[in-house]
Ligand binder design. Structure first.
Ligand code: SF4
Ligand code: SF4
Length: 135
């Protein structure tokens, strides 16, 4: 049995494809959609939790790659460099778990590490490179 959280980036023409139902029916995986979004560049982003037999998981990843979908494992340890952060809020709207939030009164942007699932979406969004993955 394997349990993984992955990020998929896929072209807009695949957005309406029943990819999730295939993962469930053909590969017998439990799928938990953590985030689904389409970027302004018309790229679909799906953050998924997958659980199932190892061989099925491997086959499912191969299937996704065969569709030209980029598959990334979620990183676990994301940190914020508070000295770099200018509290612009770009990360707040993109964070799927509300680990990054803005205080409506003060405007301060907070990072709750416990709520972070390591999807790395904020790392791409941050103009100051304040969000980092620790390996
Ligand atoms: S995107 Fe970067 S600079 Fe802007 S609030 Fe988030 S961490 Fe701070
Ligand atoms: S990596 Fe960034 S965007 Fe993803 S859950 Fe953690 S704080 Fe939110």
């Amino acid at each position: 049995m394997i349990s993984r959280r992955i990020v998929l980036h896929f072209p807009i023409d695949l957005v309406s494809d029943p990819i999730i139902s295939r993962l469930v029916k053909k590969y017998d995986l439990e799928c938990n959609i953590l985030k689904a979004d389409i970027t302004p560049r018309q790229i679909g982003i799906l953050v998924l939790g997958l659980k199932g037999e190892n061989s099925n998981y491997k086959d499912a990843i191969e299937y996704l790659k065969s569709l030209n979908i980029s598959v990334q494992l979620l990183s676990q340890d994301v940190t914020r460099d508070d000295d770099r952060c200018i509290e612009c809020g770009a990360c707040v709207t993109i964070c799927p778990t509300d680990a990054l939030t803005r205080d409506p009164l003060t405007g301060a942007v907070s990072f709750d590490k416990e709520s972070c699932i390591g999807c790395e979406l904020c790392i791409v969004a941050c103009p100051m490179r304040a969000m980092k993955v620790c390996f």
